[in-house]
Unconditional design. Structure first.
Length: 116
């Protein structure tokens, strides 16, 4: 699993869709921007979630499409520091439990939907 750490919590790469951009292109672009991992193949949709977050005193509702992706080449991870991402990490399924204790409820839901 590819995880990122932002604001002290583990998360999955995600982001905002550009005007006119296909949602699958958004997903691939955001993973590359936030972690440095490119050349990914989308294998399928896991689920769609909604969650609220507060930024600069304003509440936002975020609708997120989560995809199962495959990579085939080793890659060095590069966290996107200007998005407050301090770490990016590959985590084996067997080692996922401690990360899920330090994440958002919506991320736990994504892993549950993916049957992980």
């Amino acid at each position: 699993m590819l995880l990122i750490s932002r604001n002290g919590l583990w998360d999955l790469p995600k982001g905002h869709q550009e005007n006119g951009e296909d949602i699958r292109v958004t997903a691939l672009r955001e993973v590359q921007e936030e972690t440095g991992v490119g050349d990914l193949e989308i294998r399928g949709l896991i689920c769609v979630t909604d969650h609220c977050y507060r930024r600069d005193g304003v509440w936002h509702l975020k609708h997120t499409w989560w995809y199962d992706m495959l990579y085939t080449d080793p890659v060095n991870l590069t966290p996107q520091r200007d998005e407050d991402i301090t770490k990016a990490a590959w985590v084996a399924r067997s080692g996922l439990s401690p990360y899920l204790k330090n994440t958002y409820p919506s991320i736990v839901e994504v892993f549950r939907e993916a049957k992980i």
